[in-house]
Design a protein around this ligand. Sequence first.
Ligand code: GLP
Length: 241
Amino acid sequence: MIQKNSPLPIYYQLEEGIKEAIQQQELIPGEMIPSEREYAEKYGISRMTVRQALSNLVNDGYLYRQRGKGTFVAHQKIEQPLQGLTSFSEDMRSRGLEPSTRVISFTEVEASHDLAAKLEVEAGALLFELKRVRLADQLPMAYEMLYISKELAQGLTKEIAVNSIYDYVENKLGLKIQHGRQVLEASIARKTEAEMLEVAEGAPVLLIERRTTLDTNKPFELVRSVYRADRYKFTIDMERL
Ligand code: GLP
């Protein structure tokens, strides 16, 4: 994979070679890659050069380091289009991944003034407050905190929340979720979020706030989701304005 007489820098050739091996699945997510010394010996190049290539790949999210253990192949990020109002379950299934959910808590709370205004209910009205870790093929992807009016989401239980809420609301309750507004921000995992997502405290995450409305224009849910930035990237198609 290294051509010493090529005009391309050697660290770059190594980097591209490792990326190629990941794409060709010669290196599998979760697998430990050879050490700096092994690469250096194999290709007759300096460890400094190998270090530079590996650091770039770590920074770009292709590899990750585990202190005292080694460097491993990262899971490829999921590309999530920003157009289209879809559920987590639908998003994962459409990629051939198996969605699952850990319900952390399912409680009833009285709507504060702020929540009441956002969900267009009376202050003090009962809301379901639901905290869930969403997984794909058993790997934690997102941690969600959701508020939904009890009156709207009739009969919602913890058992239902283990599966798709959108599926329940649309196919069992016959409501139509029509519109959503989503705000995306970069952030870092706080202690609880880090535990839920199985990342280090301070790891990069993407915060997403979603408010959906039904076809009647009635606000339906208010959700704050924390997505692992090493597992997700968001895409959008744009037309020139
Ligand atoms: C995504 C959204 C949430 C929404 C959820 C519904 O995760 N970020 O706002 O509540 O999908 O997913 P499901 O129908 O799988 O419960």
